[in-house]
Design a protein around this ligand. Structure first.
Ligand SMILES: Nc1ncnc2c1ncn2[C@@H]1O[C@H](COP(=O)(O)OP(=O)(O)OP(=O)(O)O)[C@@H](O)[C@H]1O
Length: 287
């Protein structure tokens, strides 16, 4: 079996030792491994698009941002595997992909094939979620040097800093033709968010739709209530949070507003979100 491993050396603050253990386990399992170290954001997409034949499967060794770069360069019919060595690894958590190198290698070699439907933001695929407003500001303003040093805590610092801006900007989100206003929105393709928190109980990676969560009340206090509810997995029960299933939506705002997908900066509004026609095959644990 031929496997291409795309390794992001910056993911999770650097995990070279774990990568060596993972590659060794793949080779001991009989695979021929081609290893590529990414050099910059988006490099994995370019590399895979230019590569003639990636082999039987492509492994994204990194966090959600690395998986995002990989699925944007993945050819139809090639299976994706994940070695979760990023900071949050939301997708791997949702699909129960193990973190230990030997166990993750076993899944990459002989896991069960599961099809999932990527969503798209302005034509670029994402798997986990997209956001505008508060969470896009948090991602946009996170200090990358602190992220390397203190990991998830860097997000906490950015979250506190951005809290007081929440409510200043009104977004227009048109959900399957229905115009709605909000102060932030998260578009979720999967159930989890920011690690192990359940964002939406209705979302599913297997379903051909996304779940749109609209935050329709202003003010930091409302936002704090939402964050507390998120921690308890009850965000959709908060008065002032609307949760709608959708196949296509557009988002706009008066000024220059950032968007995030899968936890990384993804350009600026306006945005159109829809679903990829072709599903992607991901390898998951058999048990
Ligand atoms: N060599 C590189 N130098 C700098 N950035 C890179 C490099 N290779 C990839 N990237 C970018 O690094 C960003 C972060 O990667 P990734 O999300 O995989 O790790 P993480 O942030 O630690 O994990 P998670 O998203 O699960 O919290 C991605 O946007 C990716 O495009």
């Amino acid at each position: 079996m031929d496997i291409t491993v795309i390794f992001n050396p910056t993911a999770g603050g650097g995990r070279a030792k774990r990568l060596r253990q993972f590659v060794r386990a793949l080779e001991q399992g009989g695979a021929r491994v081609r290893l590529y170290h990414t050099r910059a954001p988006g490099d994995a997409t370019r590399f895979l698009r230019e590569l003639g034949d990636p082999g039987d499967r492509v492994v994204a060794a990194g966090g959600d941002g690395t998986v995002n770069d990989v699925i944007n360069g993945l050819r139809p019919g090639v299976a994706l595997a994940v070695f979760p060595i990023g900071t949050a690894n939301v997708l791997a958590r949702e699909l129960a992909i193990p973190r230990r190198p030997e166990a993750a290698a076993r899944v990459a070699l002989e896991g069960r094939a599961q099809t999932i439907t990527p969503a798209r933001l302005n034509g670029r695929r994402f798997l986990v979620m997209a956001g505008v407003g508060y969470d896009a500001w948090v991602v946009d303003q996170v200090d990358l040097i602190s992220k390397r040093r203190i990991g998830k805590l860097a997000y906490l610092v950015s979250m506190i800093r951005q809290l007081f801006r929440y409510g200043e900007v009104t977004f227009r989100v048109t959900v399957d033709g229905r115009p709605l206003d909000c102060f932030s929105a998260v578009i979720s393709n999967g159930r989890y968010y920011g690690g192990g928190f359940v964002l939406s109980r209705q979302a599913s990676l297997a379903r051909r739709s996304v779940q749109v969560l609209l935050f329709q009340r202003p003010g930091p206090l409302f936002l704090l209530r939402c964050l507390a509810a998120l921690a308890l997995g009850r965000l959709e029960k908060v008065d002032g949070v609307a949760s709608l299933s959708a196949e296509r939506l557009t988002i706009s705002a008066p000024g220059l507003e950032p968007v995030q997908t899968d936890g990384d900066p993804a350009g600026w509004l306006p945005a159109e979100i829809d679903l990829e026609p072709e599903p992607v095959t991901v390898l998951v644990s058999r048990t």
